[in-house]
Design a protein around this ligand. Structure first.
Ligand code: TMP
Length: 236
């Protein structure tokens, strides 16, 4: 397959067309941003780690009945994925209070939630990705009720699969953000990435943060945390 012109460059990835109209290639960068791009930096080797970690987790999910965009990892930083139109929603699942939920509701970080929380943010940088509910999503025509029901069902299933998988590696899944896309025939599949950029991972014993919060909050040893996640998941 041939990598053709770049279609899009995001904060952490580039997307390229290929000579197959149904496939794209994503190319993971080391660039890191936070707070809607206000904070910028580089995390050495992040692109390689996120590519491998995301593919590893998507493979596990796919095996367990979640349709994903993953086709084939073709290099350290590049993966062939199914062509989708991204549904402009950040779907967030929370098991433990942290980050913006802690701030908004005054819950101490680390508080176990009595029920899993599902949130949607409308993906729009100019608006700062505002929190929206189901009715906003129908009203704006972002997804139908049937589509959103499926997205929620997948998101909770993914939570169970990921949490159980990570628990065995001594990683607690605090929260995460996922995105879904629509293939040309209208099928909804998991897209984007699942990585230390998009999840909160805490060491089950020590509570040490092993994710992008180390960059967001200037906690130090950012690269070390990403490497630790890759080591636990892929054994290297
Ligand atoms: P939050 O607590 O800042 O709302 O983040 C919730 C989860 O979503 C956390 O695991 C980090 C992830 N996330 C992203 O992947 N992209 C983003 O732009 C933000 C703000 C959070």
């Amino acid at each position: 397959m041939k990598k053709l012109e770049q279609l899009y460059e995001g904060k952490a990835k580039k997307v390229f067309k290929t000579d197959d109209p149904n496939l794209y290639i994503v190319d993971y960068k080391d660039d890191a941003t936070a707070f809607n791009g206000q904070k910028k930096g580089t995390i050495e080797g992040k692109g390689i780690i996120n590519n491998r970690v995301s593919n590893h987790l998507m493979k596990m999910l796919e095996k367990n009945g979640i349709p994903t965009h993953l086709v084939e990892e073709i290099s350290d930083r590049e993966t062939v994925v199914k062509k989708v139109t991204i549904i402009p929603l950040e779907v967030i699942i929370r098991n433990i209070a942290a980050g913006s939920l802690s701030k908004r509701l005054g819950l101490e970080e680390g508080t176990k939630l009595k029920h899993t929380v599902l949130e949607y943010c409308y993906k729009d940088d100019a608006l700062g990705d505002p929190l929206v509910n189901d009715y906003h999503i129908y009203a704006m025509g972002i997804a139908t009720k049937e589509e959103l029901d499926l997205i929620a069902e997948y998101s909770f299933k993914i939570n169970k699969l990921l949490s159980d998988y990570l628990k065995d590696l001594n990683i607690e899944l605090i929260d995460y953000k996922i995105e879904f896309g629509k293939t040309p025939d209208g099928t909804i599949i998991l897209a984007d990435e699942i990585s230390p950029d998009t999840c909160r991972f805490w060491d089950s014993n020590t509570g040490e943060k092993l994710d992008k919060d180390r960059f967001r909050r200037d906690l130090g040893n950012v690269e070390g945390a990403y490497h630790e996640i890759m080591k636990r998941l892929l054994g290297e």
